[in-house]
Design a protein around this ligand. Structure first.
Ligand SMILES: Nc1ncnc2c1ncn2[C@@H]1O[C@H](COP(=O)(O)OP(=O)(O)OP(=O)(O)O)[C@@H](O)[C@H]1O
Ligand SMILES: [Mg+2]
Length: 262
């Protein structure tokens, strides 16, 4: 459904994503895990049309989306739940949900979908008429995900759903991701830690310093220890050199790798 190949993205001189490949097949839940500054949000910004990559390709449902505007991408079925939840605090939960479905003309279906999200996230039903700003962090995260569901996307991307939440609340949010995926939703989720994702993931990619360090699929077997090692300790020559010489251009860094290894 989504194919990212050899993607590079920068902010001026800073190369934030350096040659990333990720594939998300229909019905899968794929995680990209990495520490602060790894390039995770940048990757999602590129896919959702908020940032133009410097090179590489991104195809969604077989078509290149490199030149598409964010609104068009959203209408064609790519929804992003950005970092830090974006909900309207002064509006009620119901109004937040209705606003998300505003562009849809199938009002009978919208009604059904609202009933589905309320069933999936019972807290939203309980607080339906209350101001969304009074929901707790975890509840607001559920509302943000519910709003994305109402866009009726083909692929939902979520940037750090567990950010700033207590462990118990993370469990609830993850239970809802599981339910969503089991209901057929394709998901690309970015997280800072590998801790919770092993049970759920069809694929996990560890990103550091803008590069893919390790990619594993559930089909071939997910190895928690290897993933953690990739996340924390183990570095390829390339990433070590990149970390030690951030002032050098990528081509210069590869020359250093070449010198060190030959
Ligand atoms: N708008 C911007 N302008 C300049 N540099 C940016 C901008 N956004 C991100 N960066 C830089 O790009 C790199 C990757 O940032 P990104 O936000 O993609 O990381 P991340 O993996 O999402 O990190 P976190 O887990 O902290 O959210 C970082 O070095 C960051 O400082
Ligand atoms: Mg981020």
């Amino acid at each position: 459904m989504l194919e990212i190949k050899n993607l590079h993205a920068s902010y001026g001189q800073l190369n934030a994503v350096k040659g990333v490949d990720i594939t998300v097949n229909e019905g899968e839940i794929v995680f990209v895990v990495g520490p602060n500054g790894a390039g995770k949000s940048t990757l999602l910004k590129c896919v959702s049309g908020l940032l133009r990559p410097t090179s590489g390709t991104i195809t969604f449902c077989g078509k290149s989306i490199l030149k598409e505007q964010p609104e068009r991408l959203c209408r064609s079925g790519l929804a992003l739940v950005p970092e830090g939840r974006h909900i309207f605090g002064t509006l009620s939960v119901e109004e937040n949900l209705r606003l998300a479905a505003m562009h849809r003309k199938d009002s009978a279906e919208v009604k059904k979908d609202i009933a589905w999200v309320v069933e999936t996230f019972p807290i939203l039903g309980k607080r339906f008429k209350g101001a969304a700003g009074y929901l707790s962090g975890g509840e607001q995260q559920q509302l943000a995900i519910a709003r994305a569901i109402l866009l009726k996307p083909k692929l939902m991307m979520i940037d750090e759903p567990s950010l700033g939440l207590a462990p118990l609340v993370i469990d609830q949010v993850y239970a809802s991701l599981k339910k969503l995926n089991e209901g057929g939703m394709t998901l690309l989720v970015v997280e800072q830690s590998t801790a919770r994702v092993l049970d759920l993931a069809d694929e996990i990619t560890v990103l550091r310093n803008g590069r893919v360090i390790l990619s594993q699929s559930a089909e071939e077997g997910l190895d928690g220890q290897a993933l953690e090692k990739a996340y924390f300790g183990y570095q390829t020559e390339e990433t070590t050199v990149a970390a030690l010489t951030p002032h050098l251009h990528m081509q210069e860094q590869s020359k250093v790798v070449h010198l060190k290894t030959h």
